[in-house]
Design a binder for this molecule. Structure first.
Ligand code: NAD
Length: 355
């Protein structure tokens, strides 16, 4: 069993902690939080050992009547791997603590790429982790782009990718984010940080990205144009992408015409917290014009990095191959929504072997 601790129990940390508990080869040692709040209460109710991340606030837990298992130092010392899901910038500072205890660590996309030995997306570079001690699961948007572009690069070669990312202004729990009545180029410069971030996975890939922030908390939407090195048929691209377990095709017959109904579908499908771990592609948007490929995909920012964190734990401390780890993660979490629809053809394609 791989013993895993989660430091930072917010939007990403609580999802990763739950996902660890459903893995047959992992044990959640505990989770660390700075302050007692409703998430701390839920952690206790879930039976998770709660550690105090910040000694200065440790008394606040006792005052709130919440039992703490110990300081975060103990959690780190007792874990084989720590998933650090603290706010941007704090993970890098925490690395000293992880190194002190010789505990391997996974940082999130808010940290600089230089803070880790390797940026990570399972589909692209699980096999290249080697003897790295610190991985960085890239941001939700970069994860979504990497999952999409990896099979295209492998099959056709990518001459140039151009992506406009229409980004949610904040997560549902973030009361102080915006805009609330605007549409904001963010950043106004091109490229946004997403293209360079993808280059930490694919250094040679020619990609331009532009970001826009909108008043929504649901998901991100990507408008993708990829010029391939050889001319594809849209049907073949659909088949290629249809084999990817973490790409979900929204079928035309579903009547899901926006991100609101997509999240509603996830809730109706029984997904915990309405999470969508998969990139969600509008099937009819996949269009080939010569060597140019176009499509729309949406990314659930709170959820798509969760399976990647689980695979990153195995890449650091397990003995499974990429295929074995991804399959186990997908099976235990329940990744793959296509079985909800009666499209026999796509279901016949999906279980096929990797490209
Ligand atoms: P969050 O604010 O929801 O959660 C962070 C948690 O860490 C909070 O519970 C906070 O109290 C706690 N914390 C603060 N300081 C701490 C410390 N010193 N030690 C331990 N815990 C501390 O943040 P989040 O949205 O989960 O983001 C975490 C990381 O994941 C960031 O790097 C972010 O960029 C990345 N990320 C976020 C999203 C997203 O959409 N929310 C998506 C992908 C990646």
């Amino acid at each position: 069993m791989i013993r895993v601790g989660v430091n930072g129990y917010g939007t990403i940390g609580k999802r990763v902690a739950d996902a660890i508990c459903s893995q047959p080869d992992m044990k959640l040692v505990g989770v660390a939080k700075t302050r007692p709040n409703y998430e701390a209460e839920i952690a206790i109710r879930n039976g998770y050992d709660l550690y105090a991340a910040d000694p200065e606030h440790a008394d606040a837990f006792a005052e709130a009547g919440i039992d703490v298992a110990g300081p975060v130092d103990e959690l780190v010392a007792d874990s084989d791997v720590i998933v650090d899901a603290t706010p941007s910038g704090i993970g890098e500072r925490n690395c000293e603590l992880y190194e002190k205890h010789s505990t391997k660590a996974i940082l999130q996309g808010g940290e600089d790429a230089d803070a880790a030995d390797q940026s990570f997306v399972a589909r692209a570079n699980y096999d290249k982790v080697g003897d790295a001690d610190i991985l960085r699961v890239v941001s939700c948007n970069t994860t979504g782009l990497t999952r999409l572009l990896t099979p295209l690069e492998n099959r056709y070669g990518i001459e140039k990718a151009r992506v406009t990312l229409i980004r949610r202004g904040g997560d549902p729990g973030e009361i102080d984010r915006g805009p609330i009545n605007d549409i904001v180029p963010d950043p106004t410069e091109i490229p946004s940080h997403h293209g360079p971030d993808l280059n930490t996975i694919f250094p040679e890939m020619d990609i331009d990205t532009a970001g826009v922030k909108v008043p929504a908390t649901l998901m991100h939407l990507h408008s993708v144009n990829v010029t391939l090195e050889s001319e594809p048929r849209a049907r073949d691209v659909r088949e290629l992408l249809g084999r990817e377990s973490r790409l979900f095709f929204i079928p035309e017959q579903a009547g899901i015409e926006g991100l609101g109904p997509l999240k509603e579908f996830a809730r109706d499908a029984g997904r915990q917290r309405g999470d969508l771990w998969e990139n969600c592609l509008w099937e009819e948007s996949i269009t080939a014009e010569g060597r140019d490929l176009y499509l729309f995909q949406s990314i659930h920012q709170e959820a798509d990095v969760v399976p990647e964190n689980i695979d990153a734990i195995r890449a650091l401390a397990g003995d499974r191959t990429r295929e074995q780890s991804m399959q186990l993660t997908d099976r235990t979490l329940g990744v793959g929504l296509e079985s909800m629809f009666t499209d026999q053809k796509r279901r016949a394609v999906r279980p096929a072997a990797d490209d």
